[in-house]
Every structure is written in C-alpha cells, then in structure tokens.
Design a protein around this ligand. Structure first.
Ligand SMILES: *Cc1c(COP(=O)(O)O)cnc(C)c1O
Length: 372
C-alpha cells in the first residue's frame, strides 16, 4: 500500500547489451540515480496525474527546477518577458544571472499585461510568470497572457507554487510548463525540499538532458516523503483555504490593518482573474498601518503562528516579507532593480501561511497579537 524507497544509486543490469542500451535511453529509472530512480519516478507520475500533463521531472528544490528549466530553454541573445511580481530569488536569477549570460530580459505586469504583445512582437520567445504572486497574491490575468501568446512562437512558463491543484480550478492549464516548489503545499509538512516541472513529454525530455548533466537529482528519501504529502494535498488545501478566507475577512475590518490580500476577497489586485481559481489557498498578506515597526511587532507577538519563512505546510507561519522571504532583493544593485520595474514588497507587509490548526485558535492568536 505504500511504495518502497529505492535507496540506491545504481541498479544491477541483466547483461551488457541492456546496460549499453540504457546508456543511450532518456530518463531511465533503474540504472544510475542521477538519471532517474523508481521512487522519484513514482512521484513524477503522481504529479503528472495531478496536473494532467504528459510528463514531469522532480528536482532537489524549487530553485533547481526553475533554473534548470530556464537554462535549458534559453541561450545568449534570446529575449524573455518576465512578470514584475516574482519570488525574490527568481527575480534575481532573471535580472542578474540570465542577463550575465546574454539573455535580454523585459518585464510586464501579470495583472494587466498590456505590455506583453509588444514584447512578443519585439521577439520575446519565453513568457514567465507566477499564477498567484509571492508575497502580494497578485493573480495573473491568464486570459490576457494566453491571448498575447496565441499563434506566436512563444513558450509560457508558470510558477504554480501558490496555486497547486485544488486552488487552480480543475482543467485549468496556466502555461505550457508548470513549475512547483514542492517544499511548499505539495509536500506540506516543512520536512523536505523539492521542485518540479510538468508539461509535454518532448519538452520534459529536453529539460531532463540538462538536469542529468547539471547533476540536479533529488534524493529518493526526499522524493518518497513528498509522495506521502501529495496524498493528502486536497484535504489540506480545502482546510487551509477555508481558514485563510475566514482570517482575511476578519482582518479586513481591523483598525490596525491597512489592506488584506487574499484571492477570496473582492478587492485585491487581479481579482478579475479569479475565475481560474476554485479556492484561495492558505497564504494571505496583510499591510499594517504603522509600516515596518507595526509589521515587526506583529510577527513577534503571535504564538500559534510561528515566526518563519516558507508556506503551504500544516503548521501556521508568519513573516515580514521584505526582510525575510524577499530579502535577497536587498543584495541586488538597487538602481538596476528600481529601473527594472520589479516589485519590491512594501515594508509594512506581513505574509501569513495558514496551516490546518483550529481556525478559531488562529483567529484569536492574530487578534491578540494585533491588539495588546
Ligand atoms: C519557495 C518558492 C520558490 C523556491 O523554491 P525552493 O524549494 O525554496 O527552492 C520558488 N517560487 C515560489 C513562488 C516560492 O514560493
């Protein structure tokens, strides 16, 4: 009933003919574990079934999935259009690393992608965005992005970490390739790192060649642990989404709160694009009156919400986005960053990831922390 862990780097070959043939195979799962492993394949098949794609590849972290995918698809002189609202390290990879390798990077607003048709006209061949952005929960206008790309020689790549199956409505395909940090909702217990890319077999095969070359292989033990988490994803997402919606609603009227961001609310950025979602997910952000000082006060006063980065797991976390999850933007050239138009989280923004605890306990915790 539970798949075994093939904790092995090598596999015994029946004869030399089979061994030599496997050397030339694409993604063999029982030969050398940098190329594939049965426990890892099990997880890859789980993800493809969940996402409704032909194939998936699993990596040791979300960033490994993102960087390997982009390095496979892009080369010097290529043009890309990137969303202005991305995870800090992804922004850094585009603006520092890919530019260093001669890729021409331009930005567009994922909620109002008016600039996108012109960027594609100018030769952008890859469009990269997050379906719901980290940390401001900006919902990408999928219809407008797809309309701009339709009939053009352009590949869409979406980081779906904030919209796993259960948040994204059934049958929705946000992009040609869907990336996940499995560290978050998919594993769901804050005990393991992982990343994935899902999409058409031919593209996944291309990415596999680079993955095996770069050596970005996940350990079977970690893959197994993520597989176990995936089995309860739907239950967790339903509970987390309901609790987060309840907290978002309650925080909206609080006198110390300036603004609340959660896809369940009418007022957030990009809410017109909500039709692609079937739930809001467990993450919400709150900007506080009193800016950074008020935000830091809140993150240190909660008891049930633990002060920690990351999101999507069974226990609730709270963090100050600018100085924690997105602090890597600080390390970048400030002038270049400002000129690029990339969004930097405001200093009064607190990001909450709601777990599966009793919603009433979470509500009381937040209200007490805001009030005293
Ligand atoms: C966490 C995160 C990543 C990076 O994933 P790791 O597993 O930490 O490498 C990428 N994108 C988003 C949206 C994330 O939240």
């Amino acid at each position: 009933m539970v798949q075994p862990i093939y904790q092995s780097s090598i596999f015994h070959m029946p004869d030399h003919r089979v061994a030599a043939a496997t050397e030339h195979a694409v993604h063999p799962h029982s030969y050398y574990s940098r190329w594939g492993n049965p426990t890892v394949s099990y997880l890859e098949n789980q993800l493809s079934a969940l996402m409704g794609t032909e194939a998936s590849l699993v990596f040791p972290s979300g960033m490994a999935a993102i960087t390997t995918t982009l390095l496979t698809l892009l080369g010097p002189g290529d043009r890309v259009a990137m969303s202005s609202a991305l995870y800090g390290d992804t922004t850094r990879f585009f603006l520092e690393e890919l530019r260093r390798w001669g890729v021409v990077v331009s930005l567009f607003d994922p909620c109002e992608p008016r600039a996108l048709p012109a960027l594609i006209e100018q030769g952008a061949r890859l469009v990269y965005f997050e379906s719901i952005s980290n940390p401001e929960l900006r919902i990408a206008d999928l219809d407008a992005i797809h309309a701009a790309c339709r009939g053009r020689p352009v590949l869409t790549v979406c980081d779906c970490t904030f919209s796993p199956p259960g948040v994204l409505a059934e049958g929705q395909r946000p992009a040609d390739l869907c990336l996940h940090s499995l560290t978050k909702y998919l594993s769901g217990h804050y005990s393991v790192f992982g990343g994935s890319v899902s999409g058409p077999q031919a593209l996944i095969d291309r990415i596999w060649h680079q993955q095996s070359l770069y050596g970005s292989a996940i350990d079977p033990q970690a893959a197994w642990q993520i597989s176990q988490g995936v089995k309860t994803l739907q239950l967790r997402i339903a509970r987390q989404s309901a609790s987060a919606a309840l907290l978002a609603e309650a925080l909206c009227g609080h006198p110390r709160v300036e603004r609340v961001f959660h896809p369940s609310l009418q007022c957030g950025p990009g809410t017109a694009a909500r039709r692609h979602l079937s739930a809001g997910g467990g993450v919400l952000s709150v900007s506080l009156k009193g800016g950074e000082a008020a935000a830091l006060r809140l993150v240190e006063r909660t008891r049930v919400f633990g002060l920690s980065v990351s999101l999507g797991g069974v226990s609730s976390c709270i963090e100050h986005a600018q100085s924690m999850s997105h602090s890597m933007l600080d390390a970048m050239d400030a002038q270049m960053l400002a000129q690029s138009g990339a969004r930097i989280p405001p200093d009064g923004l607190v990001r909450l990831s709601v777990g599966i605890e009793e919603p009433e306990d979470l509500l009381q915790d937040l209200m007490a922390a805001l009030d005293d």
